[in-house]
Write a protein that binds this ligand. Structure first.
Ligand SMILES: Cc1cc2nc3c(=O)[nH]c(=O)nc-3n(C[C@H](O)[C@H](O)[C@H](O)COP(=O)(O)OP(=O)(O)OC[C@H]3O[C@@H](n4cnc5c(N)ncnc54)[C@H](O)[C@@H]3O)c2cc1C
Length: 521
């Protein structure tokens, strides 16, 4: 059995619930983190605090028609749990079932405490401990626990509210306005005229799904997005699974997909014009020579300046070809009593308007963080390896890739956190704090993406630097080497011991460490 990171002395003799590691969020990241923690650090106590009543995060929250992954499940699935279903681009309910089964089969669910919404975390250097405040239960009673390491798996957007601009004249509209994040379970759209505002992953999913029974679905976009079609089922993967043990087949397909995505991404970065022409040509083949691909499917930016949208089995194009769906590239002038007036002067009649206008990006669900009594503005920190924050000890957060499946990075982050905690135990340390004391370190936005919702959100996110470990590589192979095998003691991560009874160190200033120490790792 390993020692606990930090046996916490009671404050004023009062016992407080304490965990070596507290995971916040029981979505894909939190469930993965739970698995890694219990298998790599079996002697540690941990709990997973989840604000909602059930696990699954994104895959439980989003219930709009057709909700599905837009990456393949061989990379969106966990490294430790093969995806064995026929569909590689999976429906939301199938992903949710996979998460439930994973949590139950590995006993991860036993650690989840539901209806606990974490709101604040206060680090005390003298004791090397986080005091974490949360709202408990339906009546949101304020409570707190302590932990030695805080592992935020709270996703990247505001659960309470999606992003939705105010459209002029909304109050006049006589039909229904719906945001995909709050889809009414009983919404009947059969035979109705629907306008979907947006052109991102949600819009391109909703349009063909609703077009199956609606009278007409129109995707109203301000500007086009790159759309790539892939078969929903991966024939090679399904054949391989019949020949090989599930785990081996999964590992092979996972690596094939990881490498394929990396090659495609690098091609897009090196030769954007060629990749752009290739994508648009495929759309033209789908929609025929008479369709105005230049207006509706030719973005003004380069591939991967924003996330590419994937459609399974060309379902969006099939719905357009069949006349059940259409695309209008224009702007909303205002909502009217009967639909949407366009800037160009046109009008789209609608019974239902779906505002697929995106997410409200939010860092660590808006957690308030203090270090030794001082509030930390996380936007003024540097992101360490895309998972920790300069100057903030014993806290990691899970944030996936923008150009590949989220889980690839979430898995690596969990492995790294376990390595870090193990190394602290071996060295007898209780604190690890990434410190950015290089005055030449220039802050750059954390993500190199031009999408509106990303740009809006990024002002509240930490910054990245130009060099490792402050640079965020959107590259699984590089991260795998760095996270799994790289030195923990990289000159930036400072390790120290709690000095119980000593005055707390003064000042949080981009992570000036109280005690610099080395770890043998
Ligand atoms: C519609 C949609 C489709 C997507 N498709 C893909 C895809 O195909 N591929 C891909 O890579 N990514 C996709 N993403 C991104 C997706 O969110 C991630 O893949 C992944 O689900 C994120 O998992 P997570 O556990 O990190 O966060 P989430 O799924 O957001 O889960 C976070 C959990 O933390 C809980 N939580 C939040 N704040 C608190 C708090 N303060 N206290 C306690 N609990 C809290 C939430 O209730 C939730 O259960 C998609 C996103 C959306 C919205």
């Amino acid at each position: 059995m390993q020692q606990t990171v930090n046996p916490v002395p009671p404050i004023n003799g009062a016992q407080q619930e304490h965990f070596d590691v507290l995971i916040v969020g029981a979505g894909l990241s939190g469930i993965g983190a739970g698995f890694h923690l219990q298998s790599r650090l079996p002697g540690k106590t941990h709990a997973i605090f989840e604000a909602r009543e059930d696990l699954g995060g994104t895959w439980d929250l989003f219930r709009y028609p057709g909700v599905r992954s837009d990456s393949d499940m061989f990379t969106l699935g966990f490294s430790f749990r093969p995806w064995t279903q026929a569909k590689a681009i999976a429906d939301g309910p199938a992903i949710l079932a996979y998460l439930h089964e994973t949590a139950a089969d590995h006993g991860i669910d036993r650690h989840i405490r539901y209806r606990r919404r974490v709101t604040r975390a206060a680090w005390d250097s003298s004791r090397s401990v986080w005091t974490v405040d949360y709202e408990d239960g339906a009546d949101r009673r304020s409570r707190s626990v302590t932990c030695g390491f805080l592992y935020m798996c709270a996703g990247y957007y505001n659960y309470a509210q999606g992003y939705r601009p105010d459209f002029p004249g909304e109050e006049r509209f006589g039909g229904l306005i719906v945001h995909p994040q709050h889809w009414p379970a009983d919404l009947d759209y059969q035979g109705k005229r629907v306008v979907v505002i947006g052109s991102g992953a949600t819009a391109v999913t909703l349009v063909p799904a609703m077009a199956a029974t609606a009278a007409q679905v129109t995707m109203l976009q301000r500007s086009p997005t790159y759309i790539v079609s892939r078969p929903a089922e991966d024939g090679f993967a399904n054949r391989l699974r019949r020949l090989l043990p599930a785990k081996l087949a999964y590992a092979i397909v996972r690596w094939r997909n990881v490498l394929g995505q990396m090659v495609f991404f690098n091609m897009a970065r090196k030769n954007p014009e060629k990749v752009k022409a290739g994508i648009i040509d495929l759309v033209r083949q789908e929609l025929g020579p008479d369709f105005d691909v230049a207006t509706h499917f030719t973005p003004r930016y380069n591939p991967w300046d924003q996330r590419l949208c994937l459609v399974p089995d060309a379902d969006l194009f099939a719905a357009i070809r069949a006349g059940a769906a259409s695309v209008v590239t224009d702007q909303v002038e205002s909502f009217t009593e009967t639909g949407v007036a366009l800037k160009s002067g046109g009008h789209l009649a609608a019974d239902i308007i779906v505002t697929a206008t995106g997410l409200d990006m939010q860092l660590m669900s808006g957690l308030e963080v203090t270090v030794d009594g001082q509030a930390v503005d996380l936007a003024r920190t540097f992101s360490y390896k895309g998972m920790m924050y300069s100057g903030v000890p014993n806290l990691a957060s899970s944030f996936g890739y923008t150009n590949a499946s989220w889980t690839l990075k979430a898995d690596l982050t969990a492995e790294y956190v376990c390595r870090l905690i193990n190394a602290m135990d071996r060295g007898g340390y209780t604190e690890c704090r990434p410190v950015s004391d290089d005055p030449a370190l220039e802050p750059a936005p954390m993500l190199d993406f031009s999408s509106g919702y990303v740009k809006r959100g990024l002002v509240h996110f930490p910054k990245q630097g130009v060099r490792a470990p402050w640079r965020i590589h959107q590259n699984y192979a590089l991260d795998l080497l760095a996270f799994r095998y790289g030195r923990l003691n990289d000159g930036v991560m400072r390790f120290s011991r709690a000095r119980l009874g000593a005055a707390a160190p003064s000042g949080f200033e981009h992570g000036l460490a109280k005690v610099a120490a080395t770890v043998d790792a």
